[in-house]
Design a protein around this ligand. Structure first.
Ligand code: CA
Length: 245
């Protein structure tokens, strides 16, 4: 089976949703563990390793927001946030906390399964050795090692942020529309998710220390999308990596 025994943690207090989602994921070959509150989620997370987490935002005991924050302190595991309809701010908050994707309730379990697959495929592709380093001097993107260094200091990026940065940095100067970035970064083609990209760019800028008013790397192209630019031309290849360490 394509899912290769991947383990998924579902954190959702509404039992009917939790059970339905679990059933669909299990049918797709995943090993699923479900809990109903934020406290149990963190306990499960500490005890077992998961390949992906589906996290509801409104939870008893400990909110999804706090759970996400706690997990992100130690892990870049892919997180899909579940939010109630109309909670636009909450969606954005979820992404700013470092969730990789979100779904608005009510959602179809089938769509959730598709998102899970896309996110795991992405994480898997990134793990494959490619021996590629993009060296812009102050900014070094080690694609094979899944590492980003700003002035020699490693910056911790989520899977989506890393994908976004590498997509832009591979072709400095090329302008990407938000929709293109949604497809490339999130792995699906769906209208209405352009704001997701804005949130990821915002997080990425904060982590890289890139001021949007005086950008070093990430430039906003108004009304269109984003482009990457660096003062130094990239030197690419495994030599760059070898010379770094
Ligand atoms: Ca809930």
């Amino acid at each position: 089976m394509a899912s290769e025994e991947k383990k998924i943690l579902i954190v959702e207090d509404e039992k009917t949703i939790r059970d339905a989602v679990a059933a669909y994921l299990e049918r797709d070959g995943y090993i699923v563990r479900g809990v109903g509150d934020g406290q149990s989620a963190l306990e499960e997370f500490e005890k077992h390793s998961f390949d992906l987490i589906v996290l509801d935002l409104m939870l008893p005991k400990l909110s999804g927001e706090r759970v996400c924050r706690a997990i992100r302190e130690t892990s870049n595991v892919p997180i899909i946030m579940l939010t109630a309809k109309g909670e636009v701010e909450d969606r954005i908050i979820g992404l700013e906390l470092g969730a990789d994707d979100y779904l608005i309730k009510p959602f179809s379990p089938r769509e959730l399964v598709a998102r899970v697959r896309a996110l795991l495929r992405r994480a898997h592709t990134e793990a494959e050795p490619q021996l590629e380093v993009l060296d812009f001097g102050d900014l070094v993107i080690d694609i094979s090692g899944h590492k980003v260094l700003v002035e020699g200091k490693e910056v911790d990026l989520t899977a989506s942020e890393f994908k976004l940065l590498t997509t832009l940095a591979r072709y400095p100067g090329r302008v990407y529309t938000r929709m293109e970035l949604v497809e490339k970064v999130l792995g699906y083609d769906f209208e209405g998710y352009e704001r997701t990209i804005d949130s990821h760019v915002k997080n990425l800028r904060a982590k890289l220390g890139d001021d949007p008013r005086h950008p070093r790397w990430l430039y906003t192209v108004h009304g269109v999308g984003y482009r990457f630019e660096a003062s130094q031309k990239p030197s690419e290849g495994s030599d760059a990596k070898a010379s770094k360490k």
